[in-house]
Write a protein of this length. Structure first.
Length: 202
């Protein structure tokens, strides 16, 4: 396909239209962090390049966030630990396919302020994906904790109570979390439950 514009714009158009990638664009993708990242959210690009490209430690996203490590990935996208080069703060970067569900997640969750709910700071569009900047919660997920064995009753009760408090805070904002599961509960410092991922909320 012939396209007048930057290589990044040409890649975006090819992804949206499902057009094949030229050898020149494939070479560009391998050298461009933004376009490499697009491969995580486009089956066509994934097939064209083989193994899905990803951000690696040291990559700088949008000239502001230095990637430190990948924290996880799933059907909706990927989450990275990063350093804000302007403030020095450690943040979480959730990268999802550009679409209404990403906008809805931010709209629903950004106004929820509670220690048991993961705080969303802001969001940025970087076609063909959206980057959600959120607080970094140090500690694993409830799923990872369960995998290590039974949780003592007192600890389990504290986790359950914290999840309920977080969900209630969302309900107070008329937000229903429709995908509440151990993978979407982080344990701050391995103790305090923090509800996250409102992508399927309503």
């Amino acid at each position: 396909m012939e396209f007048e514009g930057s290589p990044c714009e040409a890649v975006s158009v090819c992804l949206m239209l499902g057009d094949p990638l030229s050898d020149e664009l494939r070479t560009h993708i391998k050298e461009c962090v933004r376009c490499r990242s697009a491969g995580e959210f486009s089956r066509g690009l994934h097939d064209a390049l083989g193994a899905g490209p990803q951000w690696v430690k040291g990559d700088v996203v949008l000239d502001q966030y230095e990637v430190l490590e990948e924290l996880g990935r799933g059907g909706q996208g990927a989450v990275y630990k990063a350093r804000d080069l302007e403030t020095g703060l450690i943040v979480g970067l959730k990268v999802v396919a550009l679409g209404p569900h990403a906008v809805e997640e931010v709209r629903l969750a950004i106004n929820i302020t509670h220690p048991n709910v993961c705080r969303i700071n802001h969001t940025m569009s970087a076609a063909p994906f959206r980057i959600i900047v959120m607080e970094y919660v140090r500690g694993g997920t409830l799923r990872e904790r369960l995998a290590r064995g039974p949780i003592p009753a007192k600890e389990a009760l504290g986790i359950f109570r914290g999840i309920c408090e977080g969900v209630r805070a969302a309900h107070d904002r008329d937000v229903l979390h429709l995908d509440l599961k151990p993978e979407n509960v982080l344990l701050r410092d391995g103790v305090l439950p923090v509800v996250c991922d409102f992508g399927l909320a309503t």
